[in-house]
Write a new protein. Structure first.
Length: 474
């Protein structure tokens, strides 16, 4: 927590907006909307996302059809981009001239809006989307075609490049559940919103229906319980559509096959009761974490990311609270802390009494708790020197960081799939959401009971999500 770190973060985000969103060359990397209609000025310049400095997005300078006008939908990261936008605003003083938080933030917001407007059209009703999509040189970005391909994956198929999109969109909901992304028709008319909830529901609803359909005895029509070994392979039966004719070609038993789809069950679905949604999340999470084979970096990387999401909300940085405690050591009085150093970070493992115990008694609203991070001691921020400072100094000013605690679900635990009918995977047409709609938003699964989640259990305890936290049990 220092200006040096904040400056580095701000400049890294700025570089991302300039190069990966393309704000460094507006004329090459953006397009004006074909029709203005209801579209506000800040959204009238359409940005997509590039493939780093190699090209992609609206760029046409490489003269290579696999780079020019090419995007990978799986790199759409609306949750991270919203976080970038807010971080730039909070630390605008560190943005290098001539750029501003508003200008950089508007480019990020444009990529989010037109990313979701494109995803709504080019994804199948069940959520699957192509590894690659070629944008049109002019017109709406969703009026493109299946042409470019890179990284050894095909256009028109859902495989390893596209496989990132379910968790990236689900993360947008976990971090920003109340944000509505405007959805426009081809005349620029505002039809309502389409965002993380609507897209995630396509995935979860489609898999739910496949599971329930496979559990029906074809001879008797009786509904039973599908063998757990039969749950993951059902993903391969998700049908394609004109924009993804090859369908779901990912390997369901790999970490990047089923685990990203599991995160979409953290997003609430209209018509599904909260505890029913919780039961579904527990069911698919336990099976996927138990049966996925993860030997390669790509599989393991997905497991770590999804594990942190299922264990909470992947530690949302802006939900951290900082506070100070002041202690003066008395003769023979212990500090009263057990500490746990993880890499370069020092956490409170346990409060055992002593000076910290007395502090907690006298300051009930700012109690030191298990899981708090010690950010600084007497302005010392280097982890290796924090313990030495605590041991050797008489007067201690300790700065702590705290993230919200993970909520535990009050729903009954179950290892079976629900039998109640689920909504169709194809969502209804978008409708306008009034300002009061947030109050009526359905409640998401608040905590999944994951019996075997090694990736989640191995890391630090993540913070609770406002809408989709998950707790783990050993």
């Amino acid at each position: 927590d220092s200006d040096e770190f904040r400056k580095y973060a701000v400049r890294s985000i700025t570089a991302f907006v300039l190069e990966d969103i393309g704000y460094a060359n507006v004329s090459a990397n953006s397009r004006r909307v074909p029709v203005v209609g209801d579209i506000p000025e800040k959204h009238q310049t359409m940005y997509m996302w590039r493939s780093g400095t190699c090209g992609g997005g609206y760029d046409q300078t490489s003269h290579d059809t696999n780079h020019d006008l090419c995007i990978s939908p799986g790199y759409f990261s609306p949750g991270q981009w919203r976080l970038f936008q807010r971080y730039l605003k909070a630390h605008e003083a560190h943005i290098p001239p001539p750029y501003s938080a508003d200008a950089l933030g508007n480019a990020l917001e444009s990529a989010i809006v037109w990313g979701y407007n494109t995803l709504q059209r080019i994804a199948c009703p069940n959520g699957i989307v192509s590894n690659w999509w070629t944008l049109p040189a002019t017109g709406w970005p969703y009026k493109g075609r299946l042409q470019c391909s890179n990284s050894g994956t095909q256009a028109g198929a859902y495989y390893s490049d596209a496989a990132r999109i379910p968790w990236r969109v689900a993360l947008d909901y976990l971090w920003f559940p109340d944000v509505k992304t405007p959805f426009y028709d081809e005349q620029g008319k505002l039809l309502g919103s389409f965002g993380a909830k609507e897209y995630a529901n396509r995935w979860a609803g489609a898999w739910m229906q496949l599971i329930q359909g496979a559990a029906v005895d074809q001879a008797t029509g009786q509904v039973g319980q599908l063998s757990k070994d039969g749950v993951l392979p059902l993903l391969s039966k998700l049908p394609g559509c004109p924009t993804v004719p090859s369908g779901f070609t990912a390997l369901p038993n790999n970490g990047w096959g089923s685990l990203p789809v599991v995160t979409t069950f953290q997003v609430p679905m209209d018509g599904v009761a909260p505890c029913t949604g919780q039961q579904w999340l527990d069911y698919v999470a336990n099976i996927s974490l138990d049966q996925c084979v993860n030997y390669q970096y790509f599989d393991l990387g997905q497991e770590v990311i999804i594990g942190s999401m299922l264990a909470g909300n992947a530690w949302f940085p802006l939900m951290t609270t900082a506070f100070l405690i002041t202690l003066d050591k008395a003769d023979g009085m212990e500090l009263g802390l057990d500490l746990d150093q993880r890499g370069t970070v020092l956490f409170v493992k346990k409060v055992t009494g002593g000076l910290v115990g007395l502090w907690n008694m006298r300051n009930p609203f700012w109690r030191v708790m298990e899981g708090d991070e010690i950010a600084a001691v007497n302005d010392i921020t280097i982890a290796g020197k924090l313990v030495e400072e605590i041991r050797t100094q008489q007067h201690l000013i300790i700065k702590l960081w705290r993230t919200e605690q993970t909520r535990t679900s009050s729903c009954p635990r179950s290892s079976t799939a629900p039998t109640a009918p689920v909504p169709a995977p194809a969502p209804p047409p978008p409708t306008v959401h009034p300002a009061s709609a947030a109050a009526a938003r359905p409640k998401a699964p608040s905590a999944a009971h994951v019996a075997a989640a090694p990736a989640a259990a191995a890391g630090p305890s993540p913070a609770d999500s406002r809408q989709g936290a998950v707790s783990t049990t050993a």
